[in-house]
Design a protein around this ligand. Sequence first.
Ligand code: SF4
Length: 356
Amino acid sequence: MNLDTLLYKKDFNREELVFLLSLEGEEMKRLLDRALDVKIREIGNEVYLRGLIEYSNRCVKSCLYCGVRSGNEKVVRYTLSDEEVLDCAKKAIDMQYGSLAIQSGERRDMAFTEKITYLLKEIKSLSDGKLGITLSCGEQTEDVYREWFDAGAHRYLLRIESSDEKLYYKIHPNDKTHNFRTRLNALDSLSSIGYQVGTGVMIGLPFQSIENLADDLLFFKDINVAMVGMGPFIPHGDTPLYEYRGLIQDDRTRLNMTLKMIACLRLLMPRINMVAATADQTLSPNGREEAVMAGANVIMPNLTPNKYREEYMIYPNKACVGDKPEECQHCLDNRMKSINHTIGYNKWGDSKAFTN
Ligand code: SF4
């Protein structure tokens, strides 16, 4: 396969993606550089912010990789008060973030779904409609998704974690609560309601092949997502998947694979939004900048009150857990300037692939 020709293609088959994901050294750098060029040409050098609110770590699920899974009794469970959520929203306005992302463990009871509806309406009202809102609250019925859309959420992130059904069941229990088809149907419902839909996968999982990752990229294209959040797998000591940590590659190799996934997806879907995940920075001090230089264009600074952050450890040693929101803002601003990117303050930062 000829790399020069491949880098200028607009569409790729599985074999070509496997080839690109296998690149190393100088050739890998050429892939990342090409993805950066495509990003700048298609959507510019602006990075959009989503102030992250980790609303609650109560969850009905028990995903085998997740530190806040319902089966982990070491976690102290919390749910933010209304006041705490609205304070986070005010901070986002003060810091000109433009958008919020509300993330939570999955609950489907009415007390939870109605509370989210209430909070969405309150945030819309206190910001005069100026804050865009991404939700990431798991699988819900179509009616609930619609209710939240009508209340003001307009983007929804629901990660598939792996688009390969067999691998999905290696990292989730195979039962009614963790059904692969239900997840696919939920993604469908979200699209049909009109959300900008995001999904994503973990990279470097035990049992995951490079072909699985190429298929993940083709899956994103196939369902025509507007945004993608993917990051390296980081094993958590209090989860069942930890037992298989010997099967994964080292931190740098998993981070490099993440960068190649971002770069390939930028070539495949040039105008979508892609997150530079905090997990990237957990594996390397400049991991998020590296992701931005490989084609990512969204960062999610954490607004959750510091006293709760230790309890929202889906994976361990998360970067920036001790940072105050104000410190984050300056730090991010400087970090983006250092790589010739700017921050899109006061913008919703919708996916150009979707708005088109
Ligand atoms: S990954 Fe999400 S749904 Fe799964 S256990 Fe963790 S918080 Fe719950």
